[in-house]
Design a protein around this ligand. Structure first.
Ligand SMILES: [Ca+2]
Length: 194
């Protein structure tokens, strides 16, 4: 019963990574031995300023969170020292179409998605994402806006193929008129390729 209830109120975005050498993956994911910084509750302008400051200091974003509080976006993020000076990108407040375009562009550029965020601003669905240069050539897959039943199916499929989950984002379903979704829980286009 609980599964059914969840399916009616959430959509899920997920990023999975092919399991490579565990030791190698741990080094990438575990920032304990790497300098880091985090902020939260920042306004758009504060985030913009801090982002640029950390970028100059050779930090890259590894996680971003966005919430709408009293009608205003508030940003939280974790930055990590960019030890190998790899290419990266962190984009926010994208529409569905913009996110899709960036997803394609960065995939073609040899980047992989490490974090994705879905939220609403002024009643509109917005997305944020963080990409890094895929120096390791990890296989990866990501998709969003699936319901919990499809999420379960895909999770099992990719797990069997040797992927592990690196990020998952569940969020209330929201009307997306540009997708022809005005209410309820219709499935929208799914992103993701191995
Ligand atoms: Ca995040």
């Amino acid at each position: 019963m609980k599964r059914t209830a969840i399916a009616t109120v959430v959509a899920i975005g997920i990023t999975l990574l092919a399991s490579g050498s565990p030791a190698f993956a741990d080094t990438i994911d575990d920032p304990n031995d790497v300098a880091w910084a985090s902020i939260r509750g920042y306004t758009s302008q504060q985030f913009h300023d801090y982002f640029n400051q950390k970028k100059v200091e050779n930090y890259r974003v590894i996680d971003i969170e966005v919430d709408e509080i009293n009608g205003q976006p508030r940003y939280a993020a974790v930055f990590q020292f960019n030890t190998d000076k790899r290419g990266w990108a962190s984009l926010r407040d994208l529409t569905h179409e913009q996110f899709s375009q960036e997803w394609e562009a960065y995939k073609n550029k040899g980047y992989r998605l490490i974090d994705q965020e879905a939220y609403t601003l002024n009643g509109q669905r917005r997305y944020a994402g963080v990409w890094v240069e895929n120096k390791e050539n990890f296989g990866w897959v990501s998709y969003r806006n699936v319901d919990s039943a499809e999420f379960g199916d895909r999770f099992n499929t990719y797990k069997q193929q040797g992927y592990r989950m690196v990020n998952v984002e569940a969020y209330p379903n929201w009307p997306v008129p540009s997708l022809g979704r005005t209410s309820g829980y219709d499935r929208s286009p799914v992103r993701g390729e191995v």
